[in-house]
Design a protein around this ligand. Structure first.
Ligand SMILES: *[C@@H]1O[C@H](CO)[C@@H](O)[C@H](O)[C@H]1NC(C)=O
Length: 191
């Protein structure tokens, strides 16, 4: 092979490698991390109201022992910065949970966290998932968001840290690990 032909081949190979290394798919674009710790106050009869009473037999494993498959509760729970009800409010968890385990003590939660303080004031996170109430840590999904949290995705670790008022007031610690498209904030600014 002539020397110039070899050079051309080498050049073509270099161009090919360079092109391949710059061809980053859009899905691999960098995302920004969102890390939040919140406490949720689920207070039976006050911020969490049962609206449907399941009609089946008593649930075999769900505490406190008077629950039925299908029991449905609607909540508008206060979110605070610390575990105390008196600590700074940071938002509301609005949604519902349904006792959806026939045998296991599992509620399925659908909630929107409306944030009212801090850098995400006015934005929401949409949460969905399975809460096996007796497990020490439960993992639910962050399936979306609005405002500055638009297109959020990730997960929330959900822990019961205190049960007050003879079981009426549950304090849950929520650790949100989510991410946003790196462009979400700038996209918002132009809308
Ligand atoms: C959150 O945003 C609302 C609406 O813009 C505003 O009225 C309120 O003062 C803000 N809260 C905080 C704590 O910044």
């Amino acid at each position: 092979m002539a020397r110039s032909a070899k050079l051309l081949l080498l050049l073509a190979a270099v161009i090919y490698i360079l092109a391949a290394s710059f061809a980053v798919p859009a899905s691999a674009a960098r995302r920004r991390a969102v890390r939040l710790q919140l406490y949720m106050h689920d207070i039976a009869g006050v911020t969490a109201v049962q609206v449907v009473k399941g009609t089946g037999p008593l649930h075999p494993s769900m505490p406190p022992g008077n629950r039925h498959f299908g029991d449905t509760t609607v909540m508008d729970d206060l979110l605070t910065e610390g575990p105390s009800l008196e600590s700074s409010p940071v938002g509301r968890a609005q949604g519902s949970y349904v006792l959806a385990g026939l045998v296991d003590p599992v509620v399925v939660v659908t909630a929107t966290f409306k944030l009212t303080h801090g850098p995400y004031n006015g934005s929401t996170l949409v949460i969905a998932g399975r809460d096996e109430v007796l497990a020490e840590v439960r993992e639910l999904a962050v399936v979306g968001g609005t405002g500055k949290l638009r297109r959020a995705s990730g997960h929330v670790l959900w822990r019961t840290v205190e049960v007050l008022e003879a079981g009426a007031h549950y304090v849950l610690e929520l650790d949100v690990y989510a991410s946003l498209p790196a462009t979400a904030a700038s996209a918002l600014a132009t809308n």
